[in-house]
Ligand binder design. Structure first.
Ligand SMILES: [Fe+2]
Ligand SMILES: [Fe+2]
Length: 306
Protein backbone atom coordinates (compact mmCIF):
# COMPACT_ATOMS: atom_id res chain seq x y z
CA UNK A 1 0.00 0.00 0.00
CA UNK A 2 1.16 3.55 -0.63
CA UNK A 3 2.10 5.90 2.19
CA UNK A 4 1.99 9.56 1.19
CA UNK A 5 5.31 11.41 1.12
CA UNK A 6 5.09 14.38 3.49
CA UNK A 7 8.59 15.78 3.36
CA UNK A 8 11.89 15.41 1.52
CA UNK A 9 14.84 14.48 3.69
CA UNK A 10 17.32 15.54 1.01
CA UNK A 11 17.56 16.33 -2.68
CA UNK A 12 19.39 14.02 -5.04
CA UNK A 13 20.90 16.84 -7.10
CA UNK A 14 22.37 18.62 -4.07
CA UNK A 15 23.61 15.54 -2.27
CA UNK A 16 27.21 14.34 -2.67
CA UNK A 17 27.36 12.27 -5.87
CA UNK A 18 23.62 11.56 -5.79
CA UNK A 19 22.66 12.44 -9.32
CA UNK A 20 23.86 10.17 -12.11
CA UNK A 21 24.26 11.96 -15.41
CA UNK A 22 25.52 8.70 -16.96
CA UNK A 23 22.30 6.87 -16.03
CA UNK A 24 20.81 5.19 -19.14
CA UNK A 25 17.61 7.17 -18.63
CA UNK A 26 19.67 10.38 -18.79
CA UNK A 27 21.28 9.21 -22.02
CA UNK A 28 17.77 8.62 -23.36
CA UNK A 29 16.74 12.06 -22.10
CA UNK A 30 19.61 13.66 -24.06
CA UNK A 31 18.45 11.84 -27.19
CA UNK A 32 14.85 12.86 -26.57
CA UNK A 33 15.90 16.51 -26.47
CA UNK A 34 17.78 16.15 -29.72
CA UNK A 35 15.46 13.84 -31.69
CA UNK A 36 12.06 14.22 -30.03
CA UNK A 37 11.73 17.92 -30.75
CA UNK A 38 9.57 17.97 -33.84
CA UNK A 39 6.30 19.78 -34.22
CA UNK A 40 3.20 17.89 -35.35
CA UNK A 41 1.61 21.25 -36.15
CA UNK A 42 4.21 22.08 -38.77
CA UNK A 43 4.04 18.93 -40.94
CA UNK A 44 2.74 19.79 -44.39
CA UNK A 45 -0.49 17.93 -45.19
CA UNK A 46 -1.30 19.64 -48.52
CA UNK A 47 -0.34 16.64 -50.71
CA UNK A 48 -2.13 14.31 -48.29
CA UNK A 49 -5.32 16.36 -48.69
CA UNK A 50 -5.11 15.99 -52.47
CA UNK A 51 -4.30 12.28 -52.24
CA UNK A 52 -7.23 11.71 -49.89
CA UNK A 53 -9.67 13.12 -52.44
CA UNK A 54 -8.31 10.83 -55.14
CA UNK A 55 -8.21 7.64 -53.08
CA UNK A 56 -10.97 5.04 -53.51
CA UNK A 57 -13.59 4.62 -50.82
CA UNK A 58 -11.95 1.36 -49.72
CA UNK A 59 -8.51 2.97 -49.51
CA UNK A 60 -9.93 5.81 -47.43
CA UNK A 61 -11.71 3.40 -45.11
CA UNK A 62 -8.54 1.39 -44.44
CA UNK A 63 -6.54 4.59 -43.83
CA UNK A 64 -9.23 5.95 -41.53
CA UNK A 65 -9.35 2.67 -39.62
CA UNK A 66 -5.60 2.73 -39.09
CA UNK A 67 -5.61 6.36 -37.96
CA UNK A 68 -8.50 5.68 -35.57
CA UNK A 69 -6.54 2.79 -34.00
CA UNK A 70 -3.43 4.95 -33.68
CA UNK A 71 -5.43 7.89 -32.34
CA UNK A 72 -7.12 6.02 -29.48
CA UNK A 73 -3.88 4.15 -28.78
CA UNK A 74 -1.91 7.37 -28.43
CA UNK A 75 -4.63 8.85 -26.22
CA UNK A 76 -4.63 5.81 -23.95
CA UNK A 77 -0.84 5.73 -23.55
CA UNK A 78 -0.91 9.46 -22.74
CA UNK A 79 -3.66 9.02 -20.15
CA UNK A 80 -2.27 5.84 -18.61
CA UNK A 81 1.45 6.65 -18.23
CA UNK A 82 1.07 8.87 -15.16
CA UNK A 83 0.82 6.10 -12.53
CA UNK A 84 4.19 4.76 -13.73
CA UNK A 85 5.75 8.23 -13.61
CA UNK A 86 4.43 8.62 -10.09
CA UNK A 87 5.75 5.20 -9.02
CA UNK A 88 9.23 5.96 -10.35
CA UNK A 89 9.19 9.42 -8.71
CA UNK A 90 8.11 7.98 -5.37
CA UNK A 91 11.05 5.59 -5.49
CA UNK A 92 13.32 8.63 -5.85
CA UNK A 93 14.50 7.63 -9.33
CA UNK A 94 14.93 11.20 -10.56
CA UNK A 95 16.89 10.31 -13.71
CA UNK A 96 14.13 7.94 -14.84
CA UNK A 97 11.41 10.44 -14.03
CA UNK A 98 13.21 13.10 -16.07
CA UNK A 99 13.19 10.83 -19.11
CA UNK A 100 9.53 9.97 -18.51
CA UNK A 101 8.61 13.67 -18.72
CA UNK A 102 9.97 13.66 -22.29
CA UNK A 103 8.22 10.34 -22.92
CA UNK A 104 4.85 11.74 -21.87
CA UNK A 105 5.38 14.95 -23.85
CA UNK A 106 6.13 12.86 -26.95
CA UNK A 107 2.95 10.81 -26.51
CA UNK A 108 0.99 14.07 -26.31
CA UNK A 109 2.53 15.12 -29.60
CA UNK A 110 1.47 11.81 -31.14
CA UNK A 111 -2.09 12.48 -30.00
CA UNK A 112 -1.92 15.93 -31.59
CA UNK A 113 -0.50 14.56 -34.85
CA UNK A 114 -3.25 11.96 -35.30
CA UNK A 115 -6.07 14.33 -34.35
CA UNK A 116 -4.72 16.94 -36.73
CA UNK A 117 -4.77 14.29 -39.44
CA UNK A 118 -8.37 13.33 -38.73
CA UNK A 119 -9.42 16.98 -38.78
CA UNK A 120 -7.39 18.33 -41.67
CA UNK A 121 -6.97 15.39 -44.04
CA UNK A 122 -9.70 12.84 -43.34
CA UNK A 123 -12.27 15.42 -42.26
CA UNK A 124 -13.53 12.79 -39.81
CA UNK A 125 -15.58 14.41 -37.08
CA UNK A 126 -17.94 11.49 -36.49
CA UNK A 127 -17.56 8.71 -33.93
CA UNK A 128 -14.81 6.29 -34.98
CA UNK A 129 -15.10 3.73 -32.19
CA UNK A 130 -16.72 1.15 -34.48
CA UNK A 131 -13.20 0.55 -35.84
CA UNK A 132 -12.10 -0.65 -32.40
CA UNK A 133 -12.37 -4.43 -32.70
CA UNK A 134 -12.75 -6.91 -29.78
CA UNK A 135 -9.01 -7.60 -29.36
CA UNK A 136 -8.23 -3.89 -29.64
CA UNK A 137 -10.76 -3.20 -26.89
CA UNK A 138 -9.28 -5.92 -24.67
CA UNK A 139 -5.89 -4.24 -24.81
CA UNK A 140 -6.64 -0.51 -24.99
CA UNK A 141 -9.94 -0.28 -23.12
CA UNK A 142 -9.10 -2.83 -20.41
CA UNK A 143 -5.62 -4.32 -19.98
CA UNK A 144 -3.62 -1.13 -20.45
CA UNK A 145 -5.58 1.15 -18.09
CA UNK A 146 -6.07 -1.62 -15.52
CA UNK A 147 -2.42 -2.64 -15.30
CA UNK A 148 -1.13 0.94 -15.18
CA UNK A 149 -3.69 2.34 -12.76
CA UNK A 150 -3.15 -0.60 -10.42
CA UNK A 151 0.19 1.06 -9.58
CA UNK A 152 -1.71 3.78 -7.73
CA UNK A 153 -2.60 1.24 -5.03
CA UNK A 154 0.02 -1.48 -5.63
CA UNK A 155 3.42 -0.17 -6.77
CA UNK A 156 5.17 -3.52 -6.10
CA UNK A 157 7.90 -4.72 -8.50
CA UNK A 158 5.61 -7.39 -9.96
CA UNK A 159 2.82 -4.85 -10.56
CA UNK A 160 5.35 -2.54 -12.23
CA UNK A 161 6.48 -5.45 -14.41
CA UNK A 162 2.91 -6.24 -15.50
CA UNK A 163 2.32 -2.59 -16.32
CA UNK A 164 5.53 -2.21 -18.30
CA UNK A 165 5.05 -5.46 -20.25
CA UNK A 166 1.57 -4.27 -21.22
CA UNK A 167 2.61 -0.73 -22.06
CA UNK A 168 6.16 -0.95 -23.42
CA UNK A 169 6.40 -4.50 -24.75
CA UNK A 170 2.92 -5.19 -26.13
CA UNK A 171 1.29 -1.82 -26.88
CA UNK A 172 4.45 -0.04 -28.03
CA UNK A 173 6.79 -2.90 -28.89
CA UNK A 174 4.37 -5.08 -30.80
CA UNK A 175 1.29 -3.07 -31.77
CA UNK A 176 2.57 0.46 -32.35
CA UNK A 177 5.70 -0.73 -34.11
CA UNK A 178 3.78 -3.12 -36.35
CA UNK A 179 1.06 -0.58 -37.10
CA UNK A 180 3.49 2.22 -37.88
CA UNK A 181 5.68 -0.04 -39.96
CA UNK A 182 2.72 -1.48 -41.91
CA UNK A 183 1.26 1.95 -42.62
CA UNK A 184 4.61 3.51 -43.42
CA UNK A 185 5.39 0.72 -45.91
CA UNK A 186 1.91 0.71 -47.40
CA UNK A 187 1.71 4.43 -48.10
CA UNK A 188 5.31 4.72 -49.17
CA UNK A 189 4.95 1.84 -51.65
CA UNK A 190 1.76 3.41 -52.99
CA UNK A 191 3.40 6.82 -53.13
CA UNK A 192 0.57 8.29 -51.07
CA UNK A 193 0.15 10.50 -48.00
CA UNK A 194 3.71 11.90 -47.64
CA UNK A 195 2.84 14.03 -44.60
CA UNK A 196 1.50 10.99 -42.82
CA UNK A 197 4.57 8.88 -43.56
CA UNK A 198 6.82 11.73 -42.43
CA UNK A 199 4.97 11.87 -39.09
CA UNK A 200 5.06 8.08 -38.72
CA UNK A 201 8.79 8.08 -39.26
CA UNK A 202 9.28 10.64 -36.49
CA UNK A 203 6.92 8.76 -34.19
CA UNK A 204 8.80 5.49 -34.75
CA UNK A 205 12.00 7.16 -33.56
CA UNK A 206 10.23 8.35 -30.40
CA UNK A 207 8.73 4.90 -29.83
CA UNK A 208 12.17 3.27 -30.07
CA UNK A 209 13.30 5.34 -27.07
CA UNK A 210 10.13 4.48 -25.15
CA UNK A 211 10.65 0.78 -25.78
CA UNK A 212 14.32 1.10 -24.81
CA UNK A 213 13.21 2.54 -21.49
CA UNK A 214 10.74 -0.33 -21.02
CA UNK A 215 13.49 -2.87 -21.72
CA UNK A 216 15.71 -1.11 -19.17
CA UNK A 217 12.96 -0.94 -16.54
CA UNK A 218 11.96 -4.58 -16.94
CA UNK A 219 15.57 -5.76 -17.01
CA UNK A 220 16.28 -3.82 -13.83
CA UNK A 221 13.21 -5.33 -12.13
CA UNK A 222 14.15 -8.84 -13.33
CA UNK A 223 17.67 -8.51 -11.89
CA UNK A 224 16.58 -6.85 -8.64
CA UNK A 225 13.63 -9.11 -7.81
CA UNK A 226 13.69 -12.84 -8.38
CA UNK A 227 9.91 -13.18 -8.61
CA UNK A 228 9.58 -10.72 -11.51
CA UNK A 229 10.71 -12.94 -14.41
CA UNK A 230 7.83 -15.39 -13.90
CA UNK A 231 5.35 -12.49 -13.98
CA UNK A 232 6.95 -11.01 -17.11
CA UNK A 233 6.80 -14.35 -18.88
CA UNK A 234 3.16 -14.94 -17.96
CA UNK A 235 2.08 -11.45 -18.90
CA UNK A 236 3.79 -11.66 -22.28
CA UNK A 237 2.03 -14.96 -23.01
CA UNK A 238 -1.36 -13.68 -21.81
CA UNK A 239 -1.20 -10.71 -24.14
CA UNK A 240 0.06 -12.42 -27.31
CA UNK A 241 -3.38 -13.63 -28.46
CA UNK A 242 -5.15 -10.25 -28.22
CA UNK A 243 -2.11 -8.50 -29.73
CA UNK A 244 -2.11 -10.78 -32.76
CA UNK A 245 -5.91 -10.49 -32.77
CA UNK A 246 -5.65 -6.74 -33.35
CA UNK A 247 -3.67 -7.36 -36.56
CA UNK A 248 -5.98 -10.19 -37.72
CA UNK A 249 -9.12 -8.17 -37.08
CA UNK A 250 -7.87 -5.31 -39.27
CA UNK A 251 -7.47 -7.75 -42.17
CA UNK A 252 -10.66 -9.72 -41.55
CA UNK A 253 -12.66 -6.48 -41.77
CA UNK A 254 -11.78 -6.34 -45.49
CA UNK A 255 -12.29 -9.97 -46.40
CA UNK A 256 -9.29 -10.43 -48.70
CA UNK A 257 -9.73 -7.05 -50.39
CA UNK A 258 -7.01 -5.16 -48.52
CA UNK A 259 -5.49 -2.39 -50.65
CA UNK A 260 -1.95 -0.95 -50.63
CA UNK A 261 -0.35 -4.41 -51.08
CA UNK A 262 -0.81 -5.18 -47.39
CA UNK A 263 -0.85 -8.88 -46.55
CA UNK A 264 -1.83 -10.42 -43.25
CA UNK A 265 1.06 -12.90 -43.24
CA UNK A 266 3.67 -10.21 -43.63
CA UNK A 267 2.38 -8.15 -40.75
CA UNK A 268 1.53 -11.02 -38.41
CA UNK A 269 5.07 -12.22 -39.05
CA UNK A 270 6.44 -8.77 -38.30
CA UNK A 271 4.39 -8.52 -35.08
CA UNK A 272 5.47 -11.98 -33.93
CA UNK A 273 9.09 -11.18 -34.68
CA UNK A 274 8.86 -8.01 -32.56
CA UNK A 275 7.41 -10.09 -29.77
CA UNK A 276 10.15 -12.74 -29.98
CA UNK A 277 12.93 -10.15 -30.04
CA UNK A 278 11.59 -8.46 -26.90
CA UNK A 279 11.04 -11.75 -25.13
CA UNK A 280 14.58 -12.95 -25.83
CA UNK A 281 16.01 -9.58 -24.83
CA UNK A 282 14.25 -9.78 -21.44
CA UNK A 283 15.22 -13.41 -21.00
CA UNK A 284 18.88 -12.41 -21.34
CA UNK A 285 18.47 -10.00 -18.42
CA UNK A 286 18.05 -12.99 -16.09
CA UNK A 287 21.73 -13.83 -16.38
CA UNK A 288 23.00 -10.22 -16.41
CA UNK A 289 24.23 -8.04 -13.58
CA UNK A 290 22.71 -4.70 -12.69
CA UNK A 291 25.91 -3.05 -13.84
CA UNK A 292 25.55 -4.64 -17.30
CA UNK A 293 21.89 -3.61 -17.50
CA UNK A 294 22.82 0.02 -16.80
CA UNK A 295 25.65 -0.06 -19.32
CA UNK A 296 23.78 -1.51 -22.32
CA UNK A 297 20.22 -0.36 -21.62
CA UNK A 298 19.84 2.34 -24.24
CA UNK A 299 21.90 0.82 -27.00
CA UNK A 300 19.90 -1.95 -28.62
CA UNK A 301 16.51 -0.41 -29.48
CA UNK A 302 17.73 2.96 -30.54
CA UNK A 303 20.54 1.73 -32.73
CA UNK A 304 17.89 0.41 -35.10
CA UNK A 305 16.01 3.70 -35.26
CA UNK A 306 18.77 6.15 -36.06
FE1 LIG B 1 3.14 7.22 -29.18
FE1 LIG C 1 5.36 5.56 -26.93
Amino acid sequence: MITPIERHEQFITTSAGGFNRQHPAMRMFQKAKQLGVWDPASIDFSQDQQDWQQMSELERDVALRLVSLFQAGEESVTLDLLPLVMTVAREGRLEEEMFLTAFLWEESKHVEFMRRYLDEVAGAHHDLSHYHSPSYKTIFYEELPRSLNRLLTDPSPTAQAEASVTYNMIVEGVLAETGYYASFEAFKRSNLLPGFTQGLNLMMRDEARHIAYGVFLLSRLIVEHEEVWEVVQQRMMTLVPPAMGVVQEVFSAYDGEMPYGLTQDEFLGYAMNQFDRRYQRLERAKSQTLEQIYRIADQTEEASSE
